[in-house]
Ligand binder design. Structure first.
Ligand code: XMP
Length: 519
């Protein structure tokens, strides 16, 4: 997005994997920022007239010929500049210092010693104290440019933090944007509030307004189609886009029959009745479930669902008479997960079906207003847009739905049993007040039948596994430690109320080595 904003921090991206985290920390400090790739930084600098600049890290080495540089103007403009990792190195190289290729990489947690007081550390770190920081670098600064002094050192980086307090230039070899640098967020706050002098009154409300004008600018009078999944991300994207361009937007909800109990109906009624957003609801459950019958390989199941989803979506989009734009609720973690850092192939653990493929096939341009945001920020934006709290706080739900919670072959009967068990389990979680403490909780129907006894009779029915995990971002997870009484109550209700299940087990695997879903 690029709307001129009077108090902007310009973040120049040299290709680090964590540049978006810098933007996120700046947003958390209530300050607006824009990330621009180094190639267009000079143009952006002129256009945006930022209050301060942050230079990101990079996979490059400043020592290499042709490695990227910051536009010289930013150092001549009299505004504060903060260099991070590669940002420090290029700053030194450009201002007359020296950087050399290191023989050893310094990676992970490091201990920083504060050598001098500095405006960057004010109110946070005092001279002589030690702090945990996170490093990831090979090259290092070996001589400082004129006017600079060392304000922090670590074992592997004698120039771990440097400053020219007069010119308001600061640079750190460590990454303040990642959580492993324990006070990193506060250092960045210091930079944007105290050093750059920006108040910090930017909020999701402003993000919403800026996103709306950016969507209007991008789309003009064009038509947009948005694929709704029933989840938070695509719904927030759709509501935001509708606010920007009204009925130029049509949503298509491909109902694959693999949703949780009542979920499809809830989505349709929310969109049609509450928001009055044009919505095509395609009931394609027969198509999906017939195609899945007899398929038990998890990747084959995912591939079938992905392929059918695209086919149905494409057919419906054609019926609408075509549109130039395709809207997606892509989040920042989807962007980093689906683009391999090295450009080479990375191992596919599971093929997620909701990113990639569709736009190229359909020859449409993408509208992705959430591309810069993390999950919790999307929730905040959803609240800002007035979406109901119960909907916004929903646990994530995978694109392939209940099919991947039914290991082995999927049948209508199994899906119905699973839906009921899942609803009872979630009801118990809500009643116990645990829903918001858990990242994701769901039932899995195992392809195993066991013997039981109910009343005077023998039963031979399915086993249901219950799963609940805590997580920050879904990348790693820990199983949730329930009280045994809770598990007993949930298991009891499932066995009593759900025909077809006579045994319940609890999954105590964390991620890694497990994954959150079973397939
Ligand atoms: P795993 O099972 O890989 O899941 O540990 C991590 C998170 O991703 C969700 N998930 C998906 N989400 N499409 C999605 O939109 C998918 O194909 C998909 N597969 C897994 C999962 O529910 C968890 O939150």
């Amino acid at each position: 997005m690029s709307t001129i904003h009077p108090d902007t921090i310009l973040i120049i991206d040299f290709g680090s994997q964590v540049t978006q985290l810098i933007a996120r920390r700046v947003r958390e400090a209530g300050v607006y920022s824009e990330i621009v790739p180094f190639q267009s930084a000079a143009e952006a600098f002129k256009r945006i007239k930022p209050k301060a600049v942050i230079l990101s890290g990079s996979p490059h080495s400043t020592v290499d010929i042709g490695s990227p540089r910051a536009p010289q103007e930013i150092f001549d403009a009299g505004i504060p500049v903060l260099g991070i990792c590669y940002g420090e190195q290029t700053m030194c190289a450009q201002l007359g210092g020296k950087v050399e290729a290191g023989h050893e990489r310094e990676f992970g947690r490091a201990d920083l010693t504060v050598e001098e007081d500095s405006a960057l550390f004010q109110g946070i770190w005092k001279k002589g104290t030690h702090h945990q920081v996170w490093m990831s670098h090979g090259d290092r600064v070996t001589a400082l440019p004129e006017g600079f002094k060392v304000i922090g050192t670590s074992k592997g980086a004698p120039f771990a933090a440097i400053s020219d307090e007069k010119r308001h230039f600061y640079a750190v070899q460590f990454h303040p944007e990642v959580v492993h640098t324990l006070d990193g967020a506060r250092l960045l706050q210091n930079f944007v509030h105290n050093i750059a002098g920006i108040k910090g009154d930017w909020s999701m409300k402003t993000y919403r307004e800026q996103a709306i004008s950016a969507i209007r600018r991008q789309v003009g009078k064009g038509r947009v189609i948005c694929g709704l999944s029933g989840g938070v991300d695509s719904s927030v994207a759709a509501v935001l886009i509708h606010e920007a361009i009204g009925n130029q937007l049509t949503c298509i909800f491909v109902d694959h029959g693999l949703m949780r109990k009542n979920e499809a109906e809830e989505v349709v009624s929310m969109f049609r009745e509450t928001y009055n957003i044009p919505l095509v609801h395609v009931d394609a459950s027969d198509l999906f479930i017939n195609a899945l019958e007899g398929v038990s390989d998890p990747e084959k199941k995912r591939k079938i669902i992905g392929r059918l989803f695209i086919e149905v979506f494409e057919k419906e989009a054609k019926k609408l008479g075509g549109a130039e734009f395709l809207a997606q609720g892509t989040l920042y973690p989807d962007v980093i997960e689906s683009v391999s850092f090295s450009g080479g192939p990375s191992v596919t653990i599971k093929s997620h079906h909701n990113v990639g493929g569709l736009p190229e096939r359909m020859n449409m341009k993408l509208v992705e207003p959430l591309r810069e945001l993390f999950k919790d920020e999307v929730r905040a934006l959803g609240r800002e847009l007035g979406l109901p709290e119960k909907f916004i706080g929903r646990h994530p739900f995978p694109g392939p739905g209940l099919a991947i919670r039914c290991p082995g072959g999927v049948t209508r009967e199994k899906l119905d049993i699973l839906r009921e068990a899942d609803a009872v389990y979630l009801d118990e979680i809500r009643k116990a007040g645990l829903y918001d403490k858990i990242w994701q909780a769901f039932a899995v129907l195992l392809p195993v039948q066991t013997v039981g006894v109910m009343g005077d009779g023998r039963t031979y029915e399915y086993v249901c596994a219950l799963r609940a995990v805590t997580s920050v971002d879904g990348m790693t997870a820990d199983f949730y430690r329930y009280d045994m009484d809770f598990l007993a109550q949930a298991a009891n209700r499932i066995i009593n109320e759900v025909r077809g299940i006579n045994r319940v087990v609890y999954d105590i695997t964390s991620k890694p080595p497990g994954t959150i879903e079973w397939e």
